[in-house]
Design a protein around this ligand. Structure first.
Ligand code: RTP
Length: 156
């Protein structure tokens, strides 16, 4: 059996409502673009409370869950799917630690925020959750397949 192409890994990244309001969409996209990742889908959306509760269902027992959903439902979210080698893990690196007080300068959260409840972006934490989140946020026809000059300029 043929191994899956490692350069086709995908992750779900979102600019949260505070990031959109603060005009950070371009900066956040730029970091993924310049690293060499390929954008395969994106949209500005306000998916509503039920969808956001589903997105964060693993956290439903946490004391901050209601506040988290209210925050996520407070304005448009810019949802994206990025593709490339180790993009799930690297996406987390680019975002920085969940709590901005622990995220390194140079990361998105380390450069732009202070409070964990206003941490401007989301990124899938594993390949399996990425697949689930991509399916929750995007229809199959919204994910585009196209050539993007990655080989041989990004990958050896
Ligand atoms: P995300 O899903 O947003 O990328 O964040 P994450 O995996 O780094 O962190 P997770 O533990 O899944 O938490 C999801 C989001 O909930 C908010 N949060 N608030 N008040 C708190 O103690 C607290 N802890 C987490 C954050 O907005 C976090 O990104």
């Amino acid at each position: 059996t043929k191994m899956a192409d490692p350069t086709k890994e995908r992750t779900f990244i979102a600019v949260k409502p505070d990031g959109v309001q603060r005009g950070l969409i371009g900066d956040i996209m730029k970091r993924f673009e310049q690293r060499g990742y390929k954008l395969v889908a994106s949209k500005l959306c306000m998916p509503g409370k039920a969808h956001l509760e589903k997105h964060y269902s693993d956290l439903s027992s946490k004391p901050f869950f209601a506040g988290l959903v209210t925050y996520m439902n407070s304005g448009p979210i810019f949802a994206m799917v990025w593709e490339g080698k180790q993009v799930v893990k690297m996406g987390r690196v680019l975002l920085g630690a969940t709590n901005p007080l622990e995220s390194n300068p140079g990361t998105i959260r380390g450069d732009f925020c202070i409070d964990v409840g206003r941490n401007v972006c989301h990124g899938s934490d594993a390949v399996e959750s990425a697949q689930k989140e991509i399916n929750l946020w995007f229809k199959p026809e919204e994910l585009l397949t196209y050539e993007a000059n990655a080989k041989p300029w990004i990958y050896e």
